[in-house]
Every structure is written in C-alpha cells, then in structure tokens.
Design a binder for this molecule. Sequence first.
Ligand SMILES: Cc1cc2nc3c(=O)[nH]c(=O)nc-3n(C[C@H](O)[C@H](O)[C@H](O)COP(=O)(O)OP(=O)(O)OC[C@H]3O[C@@H](n4cnc5c(N)ncnc54)[C@H](O)[C@@H]3O)c2cc1C
Ligand code: FES
Ligand code: FES
Length: 476
Amino acid sequence: MTAYARPESLEALVRALSELGPGARVLAGGTDLMLSVRAGKSFPALINVSRVPELSELAARDGALWIGGGVTVARLLGSAEVHGGALALWQAADRFASPLVRSRATVGGNLCNASPAADLALALLALDAEVHLVSAQGRRALPVSDFMLGPGKSALAQGEVLTAVRVPLRPGLLQRFIKSGTRPALEIAAASVAVALSMEHGVVVAPRIACGAVAPVPVRARSAERALERHALTPERIEEAACAAATEVRPIDDVRASALYRRRLVAAFVRRSLEELAAASTPGNREATQALGRGPPTKQGGRPAHGQLGLDSLAERSASPAAPAGDEVPIVLVLNGRRVEARVSPTMALLELVRDRFQLSGSKLGCGEGECGACAMLLDGEPVLGCLTPAVDTDGREVRTVEGLRDGAQLGKLQQAFVREGAVQCGFCTPGMLVAASGLLARHPNPTEEQICRGLEGNLCRCTGYVAVIEAVRAS
Ligand SMILES: Cc1cc2nc3c(=O)[nH]c(=O)nc-3n(C[C@H](O)[C@H](O)[C@H](O)COP(=O)(O)OP(=O)(O)OC[C@H]3O[C@@H](n4cnc5c(N)ncnc54)[C@H](O)[C@@H]3O)c2cc1C
Ligand code: FES
Ligand code: FES
C-alpha cells in the first residue's frame, strides 16, 4: 500500500517528504523506480515532483549552467546551452537509452539512483558539477564526486530532495564522452569515459578524466590526470594517460564484461578522447572541432507544463497534499481524444491502465523492463514506455495509443504506409513502432534515415528487420 502526493512547490515537497516519513521516495521519471516496482519492491509513499517548478529549471546564469533535478534527458538534448557549455553531458544524453526512455528519465533520478554506470553522473563528474539538495533542515551543496557513495547508495539524507545540479561554464573547455557498445540504444555501459580539459599556450590545464562502470561509483582517474597536467597532448603523453587510467580503475568481472576487457575499454576510450581533443585544439582544424560537437540540438519535446489541457484535475483536489496509503488516486486525462476518469494505485503502470481499464489492447506487454518498445504510447505528444510510466503521472495530460492514430474511421497516413510497404511484420511490435514513429514525425516531418533509425532505436524486432519499417516511415 503506497501513499501518494504531488506537491506544486518546493516548500510543499519538503513538507511532504518529512510528513510521509522514512520510506517516502521521490518519483521523477520512474524509469528506475518502476522497474523496482515491477520486480516486487514496495514503497510506503511516493512523492511526484513533476509539478515543482524549481526542479525543471534549465538555464545559464552567473557563469554556470543550472539544471533542475527534474530535467529530462530529452530536454538536455534539445538545449543549446547544454550543447554549447557542457558538451560531454550532451553527448551522454545522446547515447542514453532510447527516445522512449529519454522522454522520462531525469538528471536527479540518474544521480540519486547511484548506478556505477550512470551516464549523466559520469559526465557531471568530469565537469566538476555540484549537487544542490534541500530538506526541512535547510539547503546544502556538495560536489558530484562526494554524492555517489556506492552502487545504489548516495549522500542523499532522509527527507532530502535533489533540486538542481550546477555545472560551472568554462569557455574553451574541450570535452568528450564515450560509452561502450555498438548500438546507441539501451546499452548499459560496460565501461564509459568522460574527459574535460583546457589548453593554455599549448599545454593541458586542469584535466578531468572520469571513468564509469569500472568501480562501485563513477571515478576520476587521478594518475592519468597528473600525467597530462601542464604537458602538450603528444602521442606519448596520451599513451601514458591511457595506460595510467586503465591501471588505476578497479573493474569487476560480471555478465556484461570481464575486468580485463573493461580495462582495455578504458585505455581505448581515454586514448581516443584525448586524440580527438588534441585534433580539436589544433588551430584551424575546424573539421575536428565540428566532429566533437556533432549535431546541433534538435527540437526534442521535453516535458511540457502539466495541466496545459485545462482539465479539471481530480487528483489536484484529492491527492494533494497526500493520498493515504491504500487509497487509489483519482485521475482525469484525455485518452485518444476523449476525456476519461479513473482511480489508480500510485504504482500502477500506464500500460495496465489503458489495457485493463479501457480495453485498449493495441499496446503490448513485452519485456516489461523498457527494452522492447512494444508498450510505447504518446504522453503529451512524446513517446514513452507504458510499462514504466506511472499511470498517476498522466493526470491532467493527454495520452495517445496506437488506436488513437486512426484518422476517423480510416487508418491514419502512417498506418496506411506501414500496410503499403509491408512493414506490418507482427502484431506484437507494430503498434509500438507506429507510436514511436508518430512521435518522431511530429518532431521531424521529413526525417533522414539516421533520424528514423534513432527514433526507432527503442523498438525491437526479432523476426525480420527494419528495412520495410524505415521505408514506411519515410514514405508516410
Ligand atoms: C530501458 C532502460 C534503459 C536505460 N538506459 C540508461 C542509460 O543508457 N544510461 C543511464 O545512465 N541510465 C539508463 N537507465 C537508467 C535510468 O533511466 C536512469 O537512471 C534515469 O536517469 C533515472 O531517472 P528517473 O527520473 O526515471 O528516476 P526515478 O526512477 O523516478 O527515480 C530513481 C531514484 O532516484 C530518486 N530520485 C529521483 N529524482 C530525485 C530527486 N530530484 N531528489 C531525490 N531523489 C530523487 C527516486 O526516489 C528513486 O530512488 C535506463 C533505464 C531503463 C529502464
Ligand atoms: S518496453 Fe515496455 S513492455 Fe517492453
Ligand atoms: S516485428 Fe515483431 S518480432 Fe519482428
């Protein structure tokens, strides 16, 4: 039995955290938390932070980038400030899961979940970022390096919330993030590296080399940094730093990779990053500089302000400040263009809501872990995972499933293109592919092949492949 609150100010959030007691947990995007729920874990209370304005700030001011704890990975990717000032973080966002996860996963969740392989946390470590926390006892700030304490363990105290991350902006800072894996999507890094350094008069100043998935927390390779400090980026120095980093990290053998392979990845990634940064710092080498910052920020949905539909939200009246444990939370949403009401438990997945309560069986339960995309739906126009999105978070918002892609009594244009091009390969994956493609087309009406592939990277097909699907999206 889980109590639920959805405060609308930081004061109300802090109050809810202290009133709801030790087991109360912040609910942000839910991509980690809902996985725990699906694995059978229960929470005495969940506090949805999506309507706390302070947590969604994303702005450059006073020489720093301020990123609210509730800012999603999709918003990072769409931000010119992040691309311009914190490129390593932008590159981490670009390699983060799939669009279906990026639309929900937040910066605060990534840090507080404290995974040794957390991509955003790794980039933030290399960028000397600071974590800002608030509780009933007051405010405090600490470096990212002191925040993550071990797998799943952070310095977050009881009743505390991560409000923002402060990233100092250093003009001319060269940055690179590299993560293992041939597929960009859904790859939990076997090893990852983030590098940031400045060049002054031909020598390296204040280098930062952070390594992920090779220790209980993301770590700085201090010996490699010392090898570079005040030296030119020569091939010999680069090699020395790469070997020092690989020797310093403490990887383990596990199902994803052996310790030896991880060390080799670290050496290779440090070497490659430094070679690219050396090329980019060569005066006049525009090509290398541009390669580092590949792809300007594209318009990525990002979470719009809640309640924009002007719905008379039932949860607003009865779930705030808190619905007691055991009580179902009343919600109202627009589902495929129709206003509907429901009562849901705070941990119910959106997929269950649409399938079991509204008999919309197009969206499928495949893996239930965010890996296959069969459950994809649009939430305020953005593709999300039905299996990991809490139904309570749809209150006051618009949900569209594959059934809602029709054009009146007819199939929609995209659906017709799928039929025409032979892209309806199986009934299980096609609905999710249609929904993800529809979200992509809303952002890129004339997508390139690369954009189509990236847009569908969270949707798996195990039977045929993607040729006809790509053709159908292009043709629609
Ligand atoms: C399919 C899939 C692919 C993934 N791929 C990647 C990947 O490529 N790279 C990667 O790094 N991660 C990946 N993840 C992990 C996950 O998406 C990230 O860790 C994400 O950033 C978590 O954010 P969230 O908002 O969903 O957190 P939630 O699940 O809402 O919360 C996670 C934890 O943090 C706490 N929390 C959240 N926000 C705050 C806050 N502001 N203050 C205090 N506590 C807070 C919650 O109470 C909870 O304990 C993946 C997950 C899935 C399911
Ligand atoms: S991603 Fe949701 S069921 Fe597989
Ligand atoms: S389309 Fe479903 S497995 Fe290939």
